[in-house]
Design a protein around this ligand. Structure first.
Ligand code: GLP
Length: 263
């Protein structure tokens, strides 16, 4: 696991955006794994700017989102489909028919989960998976105790997640307690994954992810088994890590090596 500690949230977003831009220039037909939450918004803004200035094109790629609230249709303002339209898809040249978000309003959510996995497989798997992290260590909606090899399925949200996400719902809106989420096994199958976290509220979850034991109690710790995972965080999110100086040293060495190899 590569750990990249940067000065602030803008640098975190820039690092993530550059990874997506590189991925798309290397493979225009890339399959992108996308995430919601407040953390990736700044990265999406940078991708929108890069698309407008012609530095990246999404025309040939496809995307799969991590998760969706079960019970919300895509035109519900709190649905993750709606979020993606507003924050990214409506502003870039991606083919709308190639953007996939689990169907929150399906009559048959169990079949929809299997179908989602089939579609990812048919596309050849996810090239680059973006992740945020919940304060309880969840990725997607894989809450603590999620199976570390799980696939896309229905998950009950943890009370901490419902509390954290309540800020997005008005008091008269019913907040869903169920979701459809890619599984941890689905996420581990991605060729590369990038987890972003900023702010002190994520420091405990990041310490457990990077330096804690591999455990379903912190679902993001499963990334320790990912063959190509990078955790990109700001100083606040890094504040409970023990080995900060070592990660910074490794990163300096990585940059030197890349320069030497012309990468
Ligand atoms: C939700 C999403 C996660 C996301 C998390 C963190 O629960 N299901 O995919 O990582 O929120 O959100 P934020 O970035 O707003 O802290």
């Amino acid at each position: 696991m590569q750990v990249v500690i940067l000065n602030d949230s803008d640098a975190v977003a820039e690092y993530g955006a550059q990874l997506f831009i590189k991925q798309l220039s290397k493979k225009p037909k890339a399959v992108l794994g996308l995430a919601t939450g407040s953390t990736p918004i700044a990265l999406y803004q940078k991708l929108i700017e890069a698309n407008k200035s012609g530095d990246v094109s999404f025309k040939e790629c496809s995307s799969f989102n991590l998760d969706e609230y079960l019970g919300l249709s895509g035109d519900h303002p709190q649905s993750y489909r709606y979020f993606m339209q507003q924050q990214l898809f409506n502003h870039i040249d991606i083919n709308p028919l190639q953007t996939f978000v689990p169907a929150g309003d399906t009559d048959n959510p169990i079949d929809a989960c299997h179908h989602y996995e089939d579609m990812i497989r048919e596309k050849g798997g996810i090239d680059l998976q973006l992740l945020g992290i919940g304060s309880n260590g969840h990725i997607g909606f894989n809450e603590p105790s999620s199976g570390l090899m799980s696939r896309t399925r229905i998950k009950t949200l943890a009370p901490a997640t419902i509390r954290d996400n309540a800020r997005f719902f008005s008091s008269d809106e019913e907040q869903p307690h169920l979701s459809i989420t890619m599984g941890i096994g689905t996420i581990l199958d991605s060729h590369q994954s990038i987890l972003l976290a900023t702010g002190a509220a994520k420091a405990g979850a990041i310490a457990a992810t990077v330096e804690g034991p591999l455990t379903a109690a912190c679902p993001a710790s499963a990334l320790q088994m990912h063959p190509n995972a990078v955790v990109v965080i700001d100083e606040d999110a890094a504040s409970q890590l023990q080995n900060t100086e070592f990660y910074k040293h490794v990163e300096r060495e990585n940059l030197r090596l890349k320069a030497r190899l012309g990468l």
